[in-house]
Write a protein that binds this ligand. Structure first.
Ligand code: FMN
Length: 321
């Protein structure tokens, strides 16, 4: 998730209860193949702990997808990011689902649902790069069930491209996140998969709040996997079979946030990421505290990680008084 699941948060969640597969935030291929490369590359930063990790890409130009896919598969990006011993990404995922207005206006992500020519060129560009270097390197697509209306012909099209995996968010782009995800539709796509391309793994996504719920849905619709996004905002142990989060004390929650902020400060030493991106997480950890509103306001107004750490330390001390 953009500005959420960077290497720092992936490590925090991984230490709580790791998912079976991690994804990077989506990274723009046109930016990566421009002068903006160094800045964008940081979005792909990872550590040996976050494995297997799939690099998610988006953009407009097939040629830039081709070049980027090559650099992912041959390990150039991983090396450039300082990873050693041949450590690399485990796959490439193409984002064809983001409903952001600016992104759609530019004809990218979910807009590709209604532009099959470009969507096909993009998938083939990535597959060509992969085949030239390592034909076994997985290529997948994450998408929605339609742009403005539900359109299952989109999946007929995607399944013809013999992807390794297809993640389906059970809403149209127009629906954003305003209506419940339609898992029956995800089940329909799985049935299409059985006929059209049995080797493509089908992953369902939308509104899953814990592992048990995810496993039930996977069983009900005979899916190969479940993707959880916003569930991490409610429980950093969301991937665990039995989350201890409900029983976490206020001190333990502050300690986990402190760990998060310290790792953020250590990882992004040169302001590669604004401290303000931490505000997205404040509510995860700071809940059900005395004076919670005031505390969150102070935390969210902090401009430096040191300031945040001081506030958290003071709060922790006041709780043990
Ligand atoms: C803040 C935010 C950022 C997101 N960024 C991405 C992204 O970079 N790539 C992606 O595939 N989906 C992204 N998504 C969508 C989620 O992955 C997921 O499809 C959606 O939230 C529905 O699943 P959920 O109910 O489990 O969250 C983002 C969602 C949110 C809320």
């Amino acid at each position: 998730m953009d500005d959420v699941t960077d290497t720092v948060f992936r490590q925090i969640v991984g230490n709580c209860a790791p998912p079976d597969i991690y994804f990077t935030e989506f990274v723009n291929v046109d930016g990566l193949q421009s002068v903006g490369r160094q800045k964008l590359l940081k979005r792909l930063q990872f550590t040996p702990e976050e494995q297997p990790l799939i690099a998610q890409i988006w953009g407009k130009t097939p040629e830039n997808y081709y070049k980027t896919a090559k650099e992912i598969v041959d390990g150039s990006f991983a090396k450039e990011l300082g990873l050693k011993n041949g450590l690399n990404f485990a796959g490439i995922d193409i984002n064809m689902g983001c409903p952001d207005k600016a992104v759609l206006k530019n004809g990218c992500c979910a807009a590709l649902i209604d532009n099959r020519v470009l969507a096909g060129e993009i998938i083939e560009a990535v597959k060509r790069a992969v085949e030239e270097i390592n034909p076994n390197f997985p290529v997948s697509v994450k998408t929605r069930v339609g742009l403005k209306v539900v359109d299952l012909s989109w999946f007929e099209f995607l399944l013809k491209h013999k992807l390794n995996m297809l993640t389906i968010h059970g809403r149209t782009a127009k629906q954003m996140s305003k209506v419940p995800a339609d898992w029956d539709l995800i089940g329909e796509v799985r049935k299409m998969r059985d006929v059209l391309c049995p080797e493509t793994k089908i992953v369902g996504n939308g509104d899953v709040m814990n592992r048990e719920q995810g496993e039930e849905l996977a069983k009900k619709y005979k899916l190969d996997g479940i993707m959880i996004g916003r569930g991490v905002f409610h429980d950093p142990f969301v991937f665990s079979a039995e989350s201890p989060w409900e029983t976490y004390s206020k001190e333990q929650r502050i300690e986990l946030y402190t760990k998060h902020v310290k790792l953020f400060a250590k990882t992004w030493q040169n302001n590669e990421r604004s401290v303000k991106t931490l505000n997205k997480f404040c509510k995860i950890y700071i809940q059900n505290f005395p004076g919670v509103k005031e505390l969150r306001e102070k935390l969210m107004n902090a401009n430096l990680t040191d300031e945040l750490l001081m506030l958290l330390e003071n709060k922790k001390a006041s709780l043990s008084d």
